[in-house]
Design a protein around this ligand. Structure first.
Ligand code: ARG
Length: 466
């Protein structure tokens, strides 16, 4: 197609076409409105392709130089906002190619030798996503660092640990935060793994069957910093599993943010009163003057739905497609772009938000005292005195029942009363009935004892060192 023909695509694609596209169909089929953000990847891919074409003697050195010159100008035009994106040219690829031909003539028309938009777009999306994965990786590290710092400061702060949202056992607030560090570190691992499969080169697959030109695909892969080439042309132009895999990893990361958000919202509610969030992450109410709402975590929870929705969208997009490329695949971009934008913004905001958490240790401790959180410690105490665990469990259940009836904590029951549940109970029981005693006792690898929390903080710091 000549540049003239490209420009007049609204009239007809080629000599084969005898009627123009309606405005509506043009709008419906175009992707330039959203895929122009792939422009850097598109230019990088084209330059690597052109360099290889020249090295293989498929185009002349003069053509290669002209393509480089033209692309440099196009880059400048796009960066300055002067580039004239045309809907009639459908997508980012045709827009850039048409402008190149306008600028450098026949050399521009030679660029597409041995290439199709099918392998071109698959390459562009992979290059773009690879760089975005790297940016997200950096943000995940920053978020982990922020959490580790708050965890370190709160290693000794006692929070009621919940199961079934019922008070279960006391835990260190630092330990609780480090649970999220583990989640985010696995998210980073998953993304790094998905990156390996994303960073492979489709170019050279052409439309679907490969090409008759003597291309050096490995060379292009090296130029683009890719880890290898896709080994089957049909697969290379048609599958988007790398995008789906990324999207699944992104969904999990958002789910982790969402769980954390849910806790922040609960903790900030008056019924818990465990934390406060910095004002800059909250909003007020237009009617209730006393309100301060945790909007940011609520929105993060909400946006998780949207990212998970995109994953479903991409899976559904793929499921009915026969080999090889189908235009359906143009629909991969908006969900993928929105997933990246949403995840990046969310992580950026949370890096800041975490540092602004105001911890209220007295409220946390009071709540831990209310729920008989040291009952398991009393049972463990009896086991150490020789009782089988099941009998100890039963004895403590009776003790808790009496404490509830009297409206007091286990530690408030007099020794004589405690001894009615089991005569083995002695004065030393009060050391294990305290929250702090309970915490310190869980000094096992991965446990909540402050000593363990500190050891984990040190491990994370070493792992996350710049
Ligand atoms: N805009 C298209 C996409 O996003 C580019 C590839 C089009 N290829 C084609 N044969 N129509 O998938």
């Amino acid at each position: 197609m000549s540049s003239n023909q490209l420009d007049k695509k609204s009239q007809a694609w080629s000599a084969l076409f005898s009627e123009p596209m309606s405005e509506l169909v043009q709008r419906y089929t175009a992707s330039v409105g959203f895929d122009q953000r792939l422009w850097q990847a598109d230019i990088a891919g084209s330059l690597a392709h052109a360099e290889m074409l020249a090295a293989q003697g498929i185009i002349g050195a003069d053509d290669h130089a002209a393509i480089q010159r033209g692309m440099a100008q196009i880059r400048a035009e796009i960066e300055s906002g002067a580039f004239d994106w045309k809907l009639a040219l459908e997508d980012v690829h045709l827009n850039i190619e048409a402008r190149l031909t306008q600028l450098v003539g026949d050399a521009g028309k030679r660029l597409h030798t041995g290439r199709s938009r099918n392998d071109q777009v698959a390459t562009d999306v992979r290059l773009w996503l690879r760089d975005e994965i790297d940016a997200i990786g950096v943000l995940l590290i920053e978020l982990q660092r922020a959490l580790v710092e708050v965890a370190d400061k709160n290693a000794e702060v006692i929070l009621p640990g919940f199961t079934h949202l019922q008070v279960a056992q006391p835990v260190s607030f630092g330990h609780h935060l480090l649970a999220y560090v583990e989640m985010f570190s696995r998210d980073a691992e998953r993304l790094a793994d998905a990156r390996r499969r994303t960073n492979r080169l489709p170019l050279g697959s052409a439309a679907l069957a490969g090409t008759s030109y003597p291309l050096d695909r490995e060379r292009v892969a090296r130029t683009l910093g890719m880890e290898g080439v896709c080994q089957n042309s049909l697969d290379a132009v048609s599958d988007r599993d790398f995008a789906i895999e990324f999207s699944a990893a992104a969904s999990l990361a958002m789910v982790h943010v969402s769980r954390f958000s849910e806790e922040l919202v609960l903790w900030m509610s008056q019924n818990f009163g465990f934390i406060d969030l910095a004002d800059r992450f909250c909003t007020g109410s237009s009617i209730m003057p006393q309100k301060k709402n945790p909007d940011v975590p609520e929105l993060a929870r909400g946006k998780t739905g949207r990212v998970v929705g995109h994953l479903m969208g991409l899976l559904t997009l793929m499921k009915g497609q026969p080999l090889a490329y189908n235009k359906d695949n143009q629909e991969d971009k908006e969900p993928l772009f929105d997933t990246v934008d949403t995840l990046k913004d969310t992580l950026r905001i949370f890096c800041e938000l975490v540092g602004g958490i105001v911890v209220k240790p007295e409220a946390m401790e009071r709540a831990a005292l209310r729920g008989y959180a040291t009952a398991t410690d009393l049972a463990d105490y009896l086991v150490k005195k020789g009782l089988p665990f099941r009998d100890a469990h039963e004895a403590v259940a009776h003790a808790v029942k009496v404490a509830i009836q009297q409206g007091v904590d286990l530690a408030d029951l007099p020794l004589a009363t405690l001894q009615t549940f089991n005569p083995a109970i002695g004065e030393d029981v009060f050391a294990v009935l305290t929250l702090r005693g309970s915490l310190n006792a869980r000094n096992v690898l991965g446990g909540t004892a402050p000593a363990q929390v500190r050891a984990q903080v040190a491990r994370h710091r070493a792992r996350l060192k710049p």
